[in-house]
Design a protein around this ligand. Structure first.
Ligand code: ATP
Length: 258
């Protein structure tokens, strides 16, 4: 993909820790900074990006140039989006084996007409399977962001995901760790923080893997509601999450220059 300057993968060990939420809102935040941004949903067995962007029923058009067919990504909130979810029936899971799934992602990336892109964010499936390995080995990745909740069981899996990137032959720099669902602040008690999943886990992981903590995203009910309705968190009244993603984008912009 010669027109794509930087490819950043967002990975986690455990599922459900907020990897897609971080991928989606990081992409939107980078676009709000004037960057040309693409978002690839590589979470092939549970693609949630189309729902999060409210584009689940859309089908990307195909452009034909001579004998070459290219898929045009769907654009929303300033981000060019591609997902295997556009090509599957809702409620129907994929039952592909790893190599087939990995190849379909590769093909999807190669046949999409991206245009000039400053940052491509790839939302990885959780864990360290064939898809992650194939993408890490075949694309020239700029770096990886590890998402975790502060909970020890999430951290244990996040360590494994991080170790994949430092394995010989893969060697993708880890840009940093994002701790999601860091605390909960009830509306009635705006000065209080409840550390539901524990405290300091993201920072601990960052130190262990010789990296940095890029940010902490609080647990906010509207985040889940916005995802279900296909709304950006940036349209919310709850500013703590907006600030968290703006800060994250700033850190990524200074760590990975265009
Ligand atoms: N900070 C947050 N506050 C409230 N809800 C959140 C937050 N982050 C994520 N969620 C919600 O938690 C659920 C899981 O998030 P998400 O889909 O981003 O996780 P994931 O790690 O990508 O999961 P998987 O890879 O297993 O599909 C979603 O319903 C999402 O809206």
């Amino acid at each position: 993909m010669p027109t794509v300057k930087n490819i950043i993968v967002v990975a986690s060990g455990k599922g459900g820790v907020g990897k897609s939420t971080v991928s989606a809102n990081l992409a939107i935040a980078l676009a709000r900074n004037g960057m040309k941004v693409a978002l690839v949903d590589a979470d092939i067995y549970g693609p949630s990006i189309p729902t999060m962007f409210g584009i689940r029923d859309e089908r990307p058009p195909v452009s034909v140039l001579g004998d070459k067919e290219q898929i045009i990504p769907i654009e929303k909130f300033g981000v060019k989006i591609m997902s295997i979810g556009f090509f599957t029936k809702p409620n129907q899971g994929l039952i592909w084996r790893g190599p087939m799934a990995a190849n379909s992602i590769k093909q999807l990336l190669e046949t999409t007409e991206w245009g000039d892109i400053d940052y491509m964010v790839i939302d990885f499936p959780p864990g360290t399977g064939d898809i992650q390995l194939t993408i890490a080995q075949s694309l020239n990745l700029t770096g990886a962001i590890i998402v975790t909740t502060p909970q020890e069981i999430a951290l244990a899996d996040a360590r494994k995901a991080a170790s994949m990137f430092v394995t010989a032959g893969i060697e993708v720099p880890i840009i940093g760790v994002v701790e999601n669902m860091s605390w909960f602040t009830p509306k009635q008690h705006p000065t209080e923080k409840y550390f539901i999943f524990g405290e300091g886990g993201g920072a601990k992981l960052a130190t262990e893997i010789n990296s940095v903590l890029l940010g902490q995203v609080p647990l906010v009910m509207e985040v889940g509601a916005a995802a279900d309705k296909g709304m950006s968190v940036f349209s919310q009244t709850e500013k703590s999450v907006v600030t968290a993603f703006e800060d994250l984008a700033e850190k990524v912009l200074s760590a990975v220059e265009v």
